[in-house]
Design a protein around this ligand. Sequence first.
Ligand code: DLL
Length: 433
Amino acid sequence: MIYDMEFETLPREALEAIQLKRLQATLQRAYATVPFYRDRFREFGVTPSDIRCLDDMEKLPFLIKQDLRDNYPFGLFAVPKENVVRIHASSGTTGKPTVVGYTARDIDTWASLMARALTAGGAKRGDIIHNAYGYGLFTGGLGVHYGAEKLGATVIPVSGGNTKRQITIMKDFGPSILTATPSYTLHLAEVAREMGVDFRELHFRHGIFGAEPWSEAMRRQIEGDLGLSAVDIYGLSEVMGPGVAVECHEAKAGLHIFEDHFIPEIIDPETGKRLPLGEVGELVFTSITKEAFPVIRYRTRDITRLVAEPCICGRTMVRMEKVSGRTDDMLIIRGVNVFPSQIESVLMMISEVEPHYQLEVHREDSLDILTVKVEISQKLFTDEVRGLQNLERMIAKNIKEYLGISAKVRLVEPKSIARSEGKAVRVIDHRRL
Ligand code: DLL
C-alpha cells in the first residue's frame, strides 16, 4: 500500500481542511525565504496571514515562466543550496531553460506521488516497467523511475532512443507496463513491426503515456496497435514533474489531480480571472508540500477544464480533462483558434493516413496559411496520383467541416516526418522563425 493513498478518497471538506493548512504553511515559508515572493506579495498588498480560506487565494499574484527565467538559475529556491539534492530543467525551446530543485523530502514526496500515479494507471508490485521516458534533466525518466521503485515494481531504465534494442529488451524481459511519450510509443510500435515483432504478443497490460498532448483517437490507435490499456499522465517540471495528475485505468475519463499536494485553478488566460468549475481555461497550480521550489499560482499555459463529478474508481480528487494544448502552441489561422491535437483528431478518423503528421504555418500577403503534412502507407503512396489528390481534398474538407479552418494538405512518403524519441515537434511556425 502506497502511503498517502487515503487522501485520494477523502470527503471534500476533509481534503480542503488539509489543503488550507498546507497552503498557509507554504505561503509563510515562501514569504520568509524567497525575496521574490516577499517583494511580489508586498507589491500586491497581501501577506500570508491574509489567506484565511482557499477562496482567498485569488488575492495572490501569479507566477509566470518569465519570473523563473528572470531568477535563473536558483533565485526562487526556498532552502539553502546544501539542502537541494537534485536539479532538473526544462529544455526551453525559447530563451533560458527553467531550473527546478528538490530536497530529499521533495524527492520522496514525488516518488510516492508517482507510485500512486502508476497504481492509478494499473501498475502494481511485481510488474516490470519498461521506462522509455528520457533520463536526464527532463523529469520523465527519473520521475517514473523513483515511483516505480517506491511501488515495488521492477524498473527497466531504458530511456528514449536506441529503439531496436528496446524491442529486443521487450521480447526478452517481458515487461508488463510501458511508460513513454505517446509519439515515441508509436515509433516503438513501428520499429517492432519492421523487426517482425507483434507488440500484441508481448506481455504489456498497461501503458502510462504523457508529456505531450494526444487525442482520444490517438489513444484508440495505440491501444489497438499495442494491445494494452492506455492512460494519460500529466505534469510539468515547474510544479514537480510527471505525477501531478493521472487518469485511472478503470474510467480513463479525465486526470485525477493529486490535490493533497497541488491546488488547481482555471483562469481566463486573457483577464486572469478565476473561472467557475467546468469552464475551459488556463490551468494554474499552487504547490502545497514542496520545500525547495514552491510555486504559488503558477500559470502553466495549458488549456483544460476541471470536472468534479465522482469517478467510478472511487477517487474524490478533482479531475482535469485531457490538455488540448498550450496557449503558446495554439494556432490562429485567419482568426480561428486551433490546437494541433484537434487536427490530430480529424486526421485519425481517416484510415488511409498514418498517425505521423506535422503542421507548418507561414504567412502569405498577411494571410496565415496552414499546411498539414501527413504520411500515408507505402502501398497507397505508389497508387495513382489522382487517388492521392482525392484523398488530400477529402482531408482538407474534413478539417474545414470539423474545425472551420482552411488548410492545404500534403500527403507525404512513409517515414518522411522525423520520429520523436521524446516529445514530438508538431508545429513548425515559419512566422516565428
Ligand atoms: O513533460 C513532465 C512529464 C513527464 C509529464 C512524463 C508526463 C510524463 P515538462 O518537460 O516540464 O514536464 O513539460 C511540461 O508538457 O506544461 C504540458 O504543456 C505538456 N504536458 C505534460 N503532460 C501532458 C499531458 C513534463 N499528459 C509541459 N498532456 C506541460 C498534454 C502535457 N500535455
